[in-house]
Design a protein around this ligand. Structure first.
Ligand code: SF4
Length: 232
């Protein structure tokens, strides 16, 4: 592991105060929610959605992309993570959340699960973004780009029919919940996308910034809540 990344991880766990986490165990109670139904046989597969995207040029984000970043993980999962869009590493590899922020997300998922006694690895969840092509310079996707590409996100979620969604950051929140409310106010709470519960938390790239110490602790709590809701 790159020394800088290792330092970030160590700082992250130090900041969280790992020892105290075991004592702070009150679970967040989700909204009373009917269990999502199993996928209907008529629903389309992720492969069919990817095939429909093809060599997509439906919005201007196709102009500078290298690879379309569709999604990664288990199509039968109970938990879907939604981020904003690909960065440079993702654009090069065609896989979501593989850069620094992605590695932090992977560590957060796997370490939180391990510490909470939940047998879960990154490959067991599904991870995707609101837009499938990298916005130039990592800018925030424009509303029309989110709308055009958002149809694929909706179809992916309908194909998977997870028990819960974890929305990572403001763009995912806007796309899924159609609100301009800030993530800081919304995080840690449950909302709904159609009939599927949505937990809002910070995007891991935000957590990589050194000044976000409190946010790291909050993200840890959010992730614990969503993992217990889905897997208990
Ligand atoms: S971002 Fe989405 S809609 Fe736009 S070109 Fe890429 S795949 Fe197509």
């Amino acid at each position: 592991m790159h020394p800088e990344l290792m330092r970030q991880y160590l700082e992250y766990y130090r900041d969280l105060g790992i020892a105290s986490l075991y004592r702070r165990s009150a679970p967040v109670t989700p909204l009373a929610t009917p269990e999502p139904q199993a996928a209907e046989s008529a629903s389309e597969s992720l492969d069919a959605i990817r095939a429909d995207i093809g060599d997509c040029r439906r919005c201007r984000l196709h102009e500078q992309r290298n690879k379309i970043v569709f999604g990664d993980g288990n199509p039968q999962t109970k938990l879907v993570f939604v981020g904003e869009g690909p960065g440079a590493d993702e654009d090069a590899q065609g896989i979501p959340f593989v850069g620094r922020a992605g590695q932090l997300l992977t560590q957060m998922i796997e370490n939180t699960a391990k510490r909470e006694g939940i047998p879960l690895e990154r490959k067991d969840v599904y991870i995707c973004n609101v837009v499938k092509c990298r916005p130039p310079g990592n800018r925030t996707p424009e509303p029309d780009e989110m709308e055009t590409c958002g149809q694929f996100l909706s179809r992916q979620i309908e194909a998977i029919r997870p028990k819960a969604i974890c929305a990572l950051g403001a763009t995912a929140v806007k796309a899924l919940l159609n609100t301009k409310e800030g993530v800081t106010r919304m995080r840690g709470n449950w909302y709904k996308w159609r009939d599927i519960p949505v937990m809002v938390t910070y995007h891991p790239s935000y957590l990589l910034r050194a000044y976000n110490q409190a946010a790291k602790r909050e993200a840890w709590e959010d992730l614990k809540a969503v993992l217990h809701y889905v897997y208990d």
